[in-house]
Design a protein around this ligand. Sequence first.
Ligand SMILES: Cc1cc2nc3c(=O)[nH]c(=O)nc-3n(C[C@H](O)[C@H](O)[C@H](O)COP(=O)(O)O)c2cc1C
Length: 259
Amino acid sequence: MIFYFSGTGNTRWAAETLAQATGEHLLFIPEEQQGRCEYTLTEGERIGFVFPTHGWQPPRIVRNFIKKMHINNAKGHYCYALTTCGDSIGVTMAILNGDLRKVGLPEATGLFSLVMPESYVCLPFMYTDTPEKEQRKIARAQEQLKEFSRMIVNREEGEVHIRKGPAPWTMSHVVGSYFNGRMVTDKKFTVDAEACIHCGKCEKVCPTGDVSLADGLPTWHHDGSCTCCLACYHHCPKHAINFGKITRRRGQYYFGHEG
Ligand SMILES: Cc1cc2nc3c(=O)[nH]c(=O)nc-3n(C[C@H](O)[C@H](O)[C@H](O)COP(=O)(O)O)c2cc1C
């Protein structure tokens, strides 16, 4: 089983590639969390967690799901985790394993990080990558993912290409905790009513069902479900959605977009 989350498609692509290589099925965390979250593994089945790094931690939605989930026969099964990131992950994997330990699940022993195009643009120094850099990152990720797939199929253990970055503990536990506690919110999204063409793309792509059109314009429900994955921002064909004022002149990206 592969439990995954993705906002702008990088991680979906990685999870789908792993599903093909392992023959194991994909479970999308935002859908799974609506149900009982109880699972039984087949003999020898692997447990995979595949998610983007958010603020040098696993995204809140992934951590909340782990608290809720139960696997009836997890003991002895190989567990692995792959996180995609724009640059570095800090101690994301240690945090994930702490969460797994707390609920009695086996720790992930195969640990992989995959650098992909940047999706976070809501801070002064954060931009999408140039098209050339996006292409370079994806080309490299394609090669690495082949290697990761082979290792996961063979149930290999260890940290592989883990990009912790500078001051990893501080980035995850100090900066990341502030980020995920205070800056993951849907309250800062705005819509330019003149630019909006009422296409409903934002509603369709929001993985948590947090956006719907009211009088033709996107509205965010403020129900605590937003993970700030920025799918609504990046997919808007008119760049009519922004996060405060800061993203007005920032780029847009999603996996598989053209140009
Ligand atoms: C809210 C948020 C926080 C992010 N934090 C980090 C981070 O701490 N380190 C990093 O390298 N990339 C970070 N990123 C970039 C994403 O991890 C990266 O672009 C990822 O591949 C996006 O995956 P997705 O397309 O499946 O949503 C962040 C992106 C978002 C939306």
